[in-house]
Design a protein around this ligand. Sequence first.
Ligand code: FE2
Ligand code: FE2
Length: 257
Amino acid sequence: MQLQILAVGDVVAEGGLRHLEKNLRPLKKLKDIAFTVVNGENAAGVGLTREQAERIYDAGADVVTLGNHTFGKMQIAEALDDLPWLLRPANFTGRAPGRGCSIYDVNGLRVRVLNLIGRCDLSWGADNPFAAADKCLKEGQADITLVDFHAEATSEKLAMGYYLDGRVSALWGTHTHVPTADERVYPKGTGYLTDLGMTGPVESVLGVEPRQSVEHFLGGLPGRYRSPEGPCKLQGAVFTVDSATGLCTAVERLDIR
Ligand SMILES: [Fe+2]
Ligand SMILES: [Fe+2]
């Protein structure tokens, strides 16, 4: 059986959240989606609250993944322990609350989701994500494995694609908020995309008000990020996965305005 798996890029601020709430269910119906993973690390701009995590889940996500802004709102720490569908990067150190890898039952199919964070120009204190991936893949049995690799460097993401090729169903990148045009199936059957993009305001710099971003680059005073009002986009990808082999046969990029 061919299953459609949807991955959605970083949801940014209230605008992105509302756009997700409005568009996710119709999109899932249109594309016959069996399982949905949404990156929620920017729902509060930097981090997310429990309420925002629950809104993403209620909007139709099966799993919410995070990244370098996991603890932007410290109150999420408790929710990470409570909510089985909320994942933070698995290669955070052992002192972090919550989990980064879990297996979910989807009508009898075992779907493993793994959230990793990159170290290049991002999270130098994290454990090696390649070794962490090996460790997670040894925990339990799954029919399908999905990986959200939250990373800055395209090289680190591409290398992870080759490292996990044939061992996971799909691997996509998040974090840069800019989608890449390299969706493909790797030689041994892993569906891949370097970055999904984001779910947030179209007229923005990665979700931040353009004027504020320009001021920052001009050397002006720093300030709390403001996300602009206005039309939003939902960016992500659909991976077609064969449930018998656990491998991917097609990848389609999405940009829903
Ligand atoms: Fe990030
Ligand atoms: Fe982000």
